[in-house]
Write a protein of this length. Structure first.
Ligand code: PLP
Length: 477
């Protein structure tokens, strides 16, 4: 199986060849040339599998150049109850990504029991092991440079800590993250993790990453890599839990299921779309946004209009505060029948600060076959939904999950099970829980005193040269 860029670059690459990279050379994203398809018979075989077996069934189709025994070992090492049982609710402790029934036909897919209490651990932990494996095989090392406003950075650090041949340099804004989020990252003492608190805001951090990455000489010399949400392996690993949830809430493969997904960069719901393309019987994929509703606007109007930094609001579901959705190009490529010329044209407009409209070409009329719907919510909606879930279902959910539940319920259909994806635990967003419920969320065991642990962080000015010098000084053993 081969991967191609959405924008038409001619090289056809294997999973391992695109694993460590980000964008294709032409600026596009990688997609399988054609999607492998699970038949109804395949689904019947998969129905009784546990999470690790399911992960292997899915990943072996998408990463078919990794020897089966190696892939199985990497998956078995990743998906353990030890790694995924932080802050578990009352569900079955032997399960990875358990499904919790809220009421008949309504379910919560628990994805946030990994080490950083957010769903990004589901894919990032596998990515860490895949990176280590690939780098060992190639006899290479890599210096991952990233910018974070919270969840991505911590998920990356917890996935890469202690891995040989990998160092992580993570820039975070000196102010802007919660004390919990800061402590999560800065308390890591692993020698290969470098936290850099930048005197500035998240955009300053991101600008520094961009200018370092644009210095091709520096990038090559210090083998700078990334683990951002466009990484195909991350999307692929997220496909697994859609299958898991489907089997958990259905009795046979004739049934269809809808999923509601709290969305920012369109990575999580893109994985749902891929699961659908692989043959999962999906009724609807519901894209839930917060006030930053660029995706909701698109699914309602056919117009994709990324926002400027000034138009991007800071909300109480901050991990969804995006100005443009970096994985969205994958879906548009499928919608456009992989017409790379057309996709390249759309993103030429986007990359120069513009927008595109799918109505004139008639493409928007074809969107129905993909079964995507959308909605948005506000801070008041989140608070109300957190209260409702607590009172009605005795379940405490975080603000992002609340966005998904609120929008999901608006699109619910009788007779079709609705699975809402939990993307973070409430403990990460204490202030909103306090506002909604008047109580502090419970801290998962072991994290009670997180903020008082010793921290390992370098505070630096938002200066590219200084950050480059820091990386150069710490890049080799
Ligand atoms: C990253 C994140 C999201 C958004 O996911 P995308 O894949 O970017 O759409 C939603 N909720 C939480 C808690 C997150 O960390």
């Amino acid at each position: 199986m081969h991967y191609l860029s959405t924008r038409g670059d001619k090289s056809a690459l294997t999973f391992s060849q695109i694993l460590l990279g980000g964008l294709a050379p032409d600026g596009g994203l990688y997609l399988p040339e054609t999607y492998p398809r699970f038949s109804i018979d395949d689904l019947s075989t998969m129905r009784d599998m546990d999470y690790r077996q399911l992960a292997f069934a899915v990943m072996s189709r998408l990463a078919d150049d990794i020897p089966a025994a190696d892939l199985r070992a990497l998956i078995d090492k990743t998906y353990t109850t030890e790694v995924y049982s932080h802050g578990r609710k009352d569900s079955d402790f032997s399960q990875i990504a358990p499904v919790r029934k809220l009421e008949d036909g309504l379910y919560l897919l628990e994805l946030s029991n990994g080490p950083t209490l957010a769903f990004k651990d589901m894919a990032m932990q596998l990515l860490g092991n895949l990176f280590e494996y690939a780098l060992d095989n190639a006899g290479q090392d890599i210096n991952i440079l990233g910018a974070t406003s919270g969840d991505t950075g911590s998920a990356a650090e917890y996935a890469m800590r202690g891995k040989h041949n990998v160092r992580v340099f993570m820039l975070s804004p000196l102010s802007g993250m919660t004390r919990f989020q800061q402590a999560q990252m800065y308390s890591l003492q692993d020698a290969n993790i470098f936290n850099i608190a930048v005197r500035g805001v998240f955009d300053d951090c991101q600008d520094i990453v961009k200018s370092v990455s644009n210095d091709l000489e520096f990038k090559a010399k210090y083998r700078i890599g990334a683990v951002n949400s466009i990484n195909w392996a991350r999307v692929a690993a997220q496909v697994i839990y859609y299958f898991k949830a489907y089997f958990a809430v259905t009795a046979n493969n004739d049934q269809k299921v809808s999923f509601s997904v709290p969305s920012g960069n369109f990575g999580n719901v893109c994985a749902g779309h891929i699961a659908h393309m692989l043959g999962l019987p999906v009724q609807k994929l519901i894209v839930a946004t917060n006030e930053n509703d660029v995706l909701d606007e698109f699914f309602r109007t056919g117009i994709y209009r990324p926002r400027t930094a000034a138009e991007t609001l800071h909300t109480s579901s901050p991990s969804m505060d995006i100005s443009k959705a970096s994985n969205f190009e994958r879906f548009i490529a499928d919608l456009a029948g992989r017409n790379a010329v057309q996709v390249a044209e759309f993103w030429k407009a986007v990359d120069s600060g513009g927008s595109f409209d799918l109505n004139p070409s008639g493409l928007f009329d074809q969107i129905k076959q993909y079964a995507l719907e959308s909605g948005s919510s506000s801070h008041a909606d989140r608070i109300q939904t957190i209260r409702m879930a607590w009172e009605k279902y005795h379940t405490m959910i975080d603000t992002h999950t609340a966005d998904g539940l609120k929008v999901g319920l608006e699109h619910r259909e009788a007779g079709i099970p609705l699975v809402c994806l939990e993307t973070a635990l409430p403990a990460k967003f204490e202030d909103s829980i306090l506002e909604a419920l008047g109580v502090q969320p419970e801290r998962p065991a072991g994290l009670e005193n997180l903020e008082s642990l010793p921290q390992r962080v370098e505070t630096m000015n938002a200066e590219v040269a200084a950050i480059k010098a820091y990386i150069a000084g710490h890049a080799s053993d």
